[in-house]
Design a protein around this ligand. Structure first.
Ligand SMILES: Nc1ncnc2c1ncn2[C@@H]1O[C@H](COP(=O)(O)OP(=O)(O)OP(=O)(O)O)[C@@H](O)[C@H]1O
Ligand SMILES: O=P(O)(O)OC[C@H]1O[C@H](OP(=O)(O)OP(=O)(O)O)[C@H](O)[C@@H]1O
Length: 204
């Protein structure tokens, strides 16, 4: 039975490919401007990371994306495996001079690419906030005074440092995850279980 696999086209792409290759699966690249390369066993294609769980929820068998993306989009997919790359964290961030903790942020405006994760976190601590959805360069929102704080991904901390910002709360530790379509998990159970087993044994 053949399997369709969607990989994220951005910063997680190289590791995602390496992971599959080391598990023993050959990735035949699409030629030229072609978007897919349909093979008998495995067909790989690439999409923006935010679209990966949408494809998997709607029929593609398997995908790789950041845990942050699945949590934000709240897709109905199975998450059988955490993968050891793309590690980072999702944090609440303010200007470094501010003496503030999250319990005192009632009524604050928070800019983020992740409004659902943000609202869920502040609901869980009983603090009402307003979120503004942005698509990139989120730090700009506090620097321009458009927002009081941001919720964003922190990896090395370099972006924060260079922009005079600091983390005041780690909301969630993030890594890449393998996601599987719920129907495929039943219909192609043997093949998918075999892939999960082989991926678990990979070390990179
Ligand atoms: N320093 C980092 N900054 C952002 N994302 C990171 C970082 N380190 C790991 N990640 C992971 O990589 C994912 C982002 O990947 P990618 O760079 O492809 O997307 P993007 O640039 O945010 O989105 P787009 O598809 O809009 O270009 C995040 O969802 C997260 O899981
Ligand atoms: O802690 P660091 O190692 O500095 O990484 C974190 C930064 O990287 C990401 O931005 P990205 O480069 O994806 O650009 P964007 O802000 O346009 O999304 C993220 O949104 C932070 O700004």
């Amino acid at each position: 039975m053949s399997l369709n696999i969607v990989l994220p086209s951005g910063r997680l792409l190289n590791k995602s490919k390496e992971y599959f290759i080391k598990s023993g699966i050959e990735i035949k690249e699409p030629e030229g401007r072609k978007l897919t390369n349909i093979n008998d066993d495995y067909s790989f294609f690439y999409s923006r990371v935010f679209d990966v769980p949408v494809y998997v929820e709607n029929g593609i068998d398997i995908g790789i994306c950041g845990l942050d993306v699945v949590l934000e989009r709240n897709n109905d997919v199975y998450i059988p495996l955490k993968l050891p790359f793309g590690e980072c964290r999702m944090s609440v961030i303010v200007e470094k001079e501010k003496d503030l903790d999250v319990s005192k942020m009632e009524g604050y405006t928070i800019a983020t690419k992740f409004p659902n994760i943000t609202q869920k976190f502040f609901d869980s601590i009983g603090v009402k906030v307003k979120t503004i959805k942005l698509h990139g360069a989120i730090e700009l929102a506090v620097k321009t005074g458009v927002a009081d704080a941001i919720v964003d991904i922190v990896d090395t901390g370099r972006t924060l440092k260079e922009n005079g910002l600091k983390e005041i709360e780690n909301i969630k530790d993030i890594s890449s995850v393998l996601i599987v379509n719920r129907i495929s998990m039943k219909r192609k159970n043997k093949e998918i279980k075999e892939i999960i087993k082989n991926l678990k044994e990979v070390s990179i």
